[in-house]
Design a binder for this molecule. Structure first.
Ligand code: ZN
Length: 236
């Protein structure tokens, strides 16, 4: 294989490999984002907590109302007995009077508690509705973002497939020993094995090439940068 073709193939391979790495990073970041859906998870959690709090407040309200209803009925029965003249015994009457007073006090307390429970319930309900609205908004927003992410992944996957085909095409034009050098350089030089040369300067490390090296590079001979070791490719 002519050196010119090999060099060209190396240069193309390098461009493709850089693009592949970038696209692969982007796809995996998008996939991670799809899996996380952090905002939705948080909003769901907040909603569940608000729903639990509302249920609890509702139960407490019902219990307070029930206590007040029971006391009201009991008070009514005692008052009826007190005033219907069925009890004549003064000591019994006095005891009943005391019971009625005690029941009135307890009923007052129970009514106060029921009102407090109702107010507390209203607050918790407002927070619940807020959490529900927030969750719906976050879900709507997420649906849009998810579709965008999925579309982006699909597009990138198609690009990756095309690039892999191109990669295979150029790969066939590079001898095994040169390819080995290329892969080795990529591993030890941060993914960049082929450096472009402009005006006699290595595009990767910035070193100025010697006149002899420069001549080799422009004659399309496989040359390594004396400073960074990368394969050099002329761009001007
Ligand atoms: Zn260099």
């Amino acid at each position: 294989m002519a050196q010119t073709v090999v060099l060209r193939a190396l240069y193309e391979l390098q461009q493709i490999d850089l693009r592949l790495a970038e696209l692969e990073r982007r796809v995996s970041a998008a996939r991670e984002r799809l899996n996380a859906a952090e905002a939705v998870r948080q909003a769901e959690q907040a909603f569940r907590e608000a729903a639990r709090a509302m249920q609890q407040a509702e139960e407490q309200l019902k219990a307070a109302e029930q206590r007040a209803t029971q006391l009201r009925a009991k008070l009514k029965r005692s008052e009826t007995r007190l005033y219907d003249g069925s009890i004549r015994n003064p000591r019994e009457l006095q005891a009943l009077q005391a019971e009625v007073e005690s029941l009135r006090r307890r009923l007052d307390q129970a009514e106060e508690e029921a009102v407090a429970r109702l107010l507390a319930y209203e607050q918790v309900e407002a927070r619940y509705l807020e959490a529900l609205q927030h969750l719906e908004a976050v879900r709507r927003h997420w649906n849009v973002e998810r579709q965008q992410l999925q579309a982006q992944i699909q597009e990138d996957e198609a690009r990756l497939a095309r690039l892999r085909e191109q990669r295979a095409w150029w790969l066939n034009r590079i001898p095994a020993d040169v390819l080995e050098q290329y892969e080795h350089l990529r591993r030890i030089r941060g993914g960049l094995a082929v450096a472009g040369v402009r005006e006699g300067v290595c595009g990767a490390c910035g070193a100025t090439l010697s006149a002899a090296q420069r001549q080799q590079v422009y004659r399309m001979t496989l040359t390594h940068c004396e400073t960074c070791g990368r394969i050099l490719y002329p761009l001007d």
